[in-house]
Write a protein that binds this ligand. Structure first.
Ligand code: FAD
Length: 294
């Protein structure tokens, strides 16, 4: 089923993001995580796509396994910068043949190699991928796009950010999931700016419960997400003690989600890193607040 149909009915969306593991062992762990999270009745789960197409077959295989072996709705991530349009159309056609109806249309990070050049005629930004999907598949797919409450690292300012986010929406994006953030005021201000600019699609906050401080510090600095100083002050002294980090990180994510629910966010998207424990604990603490309808 298309995710946008749930959102249009005003249903609160709960979703979990996974990455395609490299090994058989990792795949078994992922399917255990999926079994653990299944009782939470998520609206959908999503499977990421490796930069430059490095996980093309693995993303497809994991998405297919989830789609055929469980009753979960799957959204596949797809990045365009390193593919020809023909390759993108082939992948989209194979998803359509599998019956997968939800795709997160992304540009992807531009590969760092000095001699990298997008293939001839490639989609150079995500809005072009959204157009490619709409031109070739009409309304078959529900199309999600990424958004950045603190601005994408390549955007010089928020005006620029909103201008190109709007372009993705005008080309046919149905809804958006945000980059992780740890200070909800960035999300609220971003949504307000979008509404002022006439961008009215649902914008689902992306939540990263911190269980490994050093790893998230690295991710956050790469994607331009600010970790509040008060959280750094609590994490830094226990950074090498995983259990204490997870305790603080989960508690922080619970407060963040409670506030987002109270302030009418249309859903919550959890970056799970293929583990269930932190997401389960956050969910347990907030489940009483989750509304059926928005
Ligand atoms: P775009 O929307 O193209 O934007 C990238 C930058 O270019 C922005 O600064 C934007 O303002 C600017 N821009 C946009 N259009 C134009 C234009 N026409 N002209 C000039 N400038 C323009 N990466 C992966 O590799 N795999 C994944 O599975 C993955 N999943 C993600 C999931 C979520 C929810 C999010 C938020 C990000 C994800 N990413 C993933 C990261 C993403 O690929 C990177 O952030 C990438 O650098 C930008 O992709 P985008 O689709 O946002 O690009």
């Amino acid at each position: 089923m298309k995710i946008i149909e749930h959102l249009r009915r005003g249903e609160f969306s709960l979703s979990f993001e996974f990455f395609p593991p490299k090994t058989q062992e990792g795949e078994e762990e992922l399917f255990q995580t999926i079994l653990d999270l299944r009782p939470l009745n998520p609206t959908f789960v999503s499977v990421t796509y490796g930069a430059g197409g490095s996980t093309r077959e693995r993303t497809r295989r994991i998405a297919q396994r989830i789609h055929t072996e469980t009753d979960l709705t799957v959204m596949v991530h797809l990045t365009c910068i390193a593919h020809t349009k023909q390759e993108l159309l082939e992948m989209l056609t194979s998803y359509k043949e599998m019956g997968i109806q939800n795709v997160l249309a992304l540009r992807g990070d531009v590969p760092k190699a000095d001699d990298f050049k997008p293939p001839e005629g490639a989609c150079k930004h995500a809005d072009e991928l959204v157009s490619l999907i709409r031109e070739n598949f009409k309304d078959y797919f529900c199309v999600c796009v990424a958004s950045y409450p603190e601005g994408h690292p390549e955007s010089p300012n928020m005006e620029w950010e909103i201008k190109f986010f709007k372009k993705k929406v005008l080309k046919g994006a149905d809804f958006s999931i945000t980059q992780m953030f740890f200070d909800n005021s960035y999300y609220y201000e971003f949504v307000e700016l979008c509404r002022k600019e006439g961008i009215n699609i649902p914008i689902i906050p992306g939540i990263m419960p911190i269980t490994n401080f050093r790893q998230i510090q690295k991710f956050a600095s790469m994607c331009g997400a600010t970790i509040p100083q008060s959280l750094i002050d609590r994490m830094e002294p226990v950074a090498e003690k995983p259990e204490e980090v997870a305790k603080i990180g989960i508690e922080f994510a619970i407060r963040q989600c409670e506030d987002l629910i109270r302030n009418k966010a249309p859903g919550l998207h959890f970056y799970t890193l293929n583990k269930s424990k932190a997401t389960l604990e956050v969910y347990k603490a907030i489940s009483g607040l989750i509304p059926r309808q928005r």
